[in-house]
Design a protein around this ligand. Structure first.
Ligand code: 13P
Ligand code: SF4
Length: 303
């Protein structure tokens, strides 16, 4: 990125009262341009309090929707309208309604990686960094957890007093990681620690020194006194290696641990979005927004 482009983005941002949020999987040059970066929980919390009239969400659609749910009076822009989430597409609201009928007393807990329409038929949301705290506090014997079977299994193992029934969804990126690949990486880098996202399969998480959200992985990796193998989408390792050249981080299968939906945004596209020449302004039916907001509010209250 040229200095001229960086300066122009800063100037246009100011002139248009725009704030840029970026998820940790975004390319390093987008992270550098963002005002606020973080995991899904941090971005949702930040969105609820921003003073600016326009918010650009550099991430995927469910993240932009979450911002709109919490800040309806703002113009919320998703620079790349095609940026979705493969996991969020694995469940439909009508499937949840049918599932609930089979478990009438259960509390329905949705991972934040879901559409607004899905959130609207659930009771509470969680993110990977807030899930254990929230599920532990839920006053329910049975919990229907959706859509991620891996995150759900990870929570269930740590909340043995809850009966958790899991939807069979998964992240098409993290779920590809195998136990063999992880053992190979540990063998290639003896003495390194392994940090993974709980969207990975149990057979992978079992070998990790820590499992947590993307922001928790970054925090762990920065503070570690040993090299760290980064077991999540490659954007995290891309930014860590760029920002901390004196520390040792190792990629884990960067070809497969790439979420294509997180890679659409470039500095040029971001400038176009600021100028109103690219991107989609998120619109949402008010009744749907209010229903979805209940699940997110409950998350913010408990998390
Ligand atoms: P985090 O909440 O950990 O940032 O995760 C979001 C995500 O999409 C992981 O694949
Ligand atoms: Fe969705 Fe997986 Fe991409 Fe995260 S990494 S946005 S869960 S597809």
């Amino acid at each position: 990125m040229t200095d001229a482009l960086r300066d122009l983005i800063a100037k246009r941002k100011k002139e248009t009262d725009t704030v840029i949020l970026a998820h940790t999987y975004q390319p390093p040059e987008i992270i550098e341009l963002a005002d606020i970066t973080g995991d899904s929980f941090a971005l949702a919390k930040a969105a609820a309090k921003l003073p600016n009239k326009r918010i650009i969400m550099c991430g995927v659609r469910f993240m932009a929707e979450s911002v709109k749910i919490l800040a309806p009076e703002k113009q919320v822009i998703l620079p790349a309208p095609d940026a979705g989430c493969g996991m969020a597409r694995m469940i439909k609201p009508e499937e949840i309604t049918a599932w609930k009928e089979q478990h009438p007393d259960a509390v329905v807990c949705a991972y934040i990686n879901t559409t607004a329409a899905t959130k609207a038929v659930c009771d509470v949301c969680v993110t990977s960094s807030s899930a254990l705290r929230i599920v532990g506090k839920l006053d329910a014997e049975e919990i229907l957890f959706l859509p991620d079977r891996n995150l759900g299994g990870w929570i269930a193992a740590q909340c043995p007093d809850k009966k958790m029934t899991l939807w069979n969804g998964y992240c098409p990126v993290h779920d590809t990681l195998t136990e063999e690949q992880v053992l190979q990486a540990k063998n290639d880098h003896p003495g390194a620690l392994l940090a993974v996202h709980p969207e990975c399969r149990e057979e992978v998480v079992r070998h990790a020194d820590m499992a947590g959200s993307t922001a928790e992985i970054i925090d762990f990796a920065i503070k570690a006194d040993k090299p760290v193998i980064i077991g999540t989408e490659r954007g995290v390792a891309d930014t860590l290696t760029k920002k901390y050249p004196d520390k040792e981080f190792y990629y884990l299968c960067p070809e497969t641990l790439t979420c294509p939906d997180m890679k659409y945004i470039s500095p040029e596209l971001l400038l176009q979005a600021i100028n109103g020449e690219a991107g989609e302004t998120i619109e949402m039916d008010e009744e749907l927004r209010l229903k979805a907001k209940k699940s997110i509010d409950r998350m913010l209250e408990l998390g």
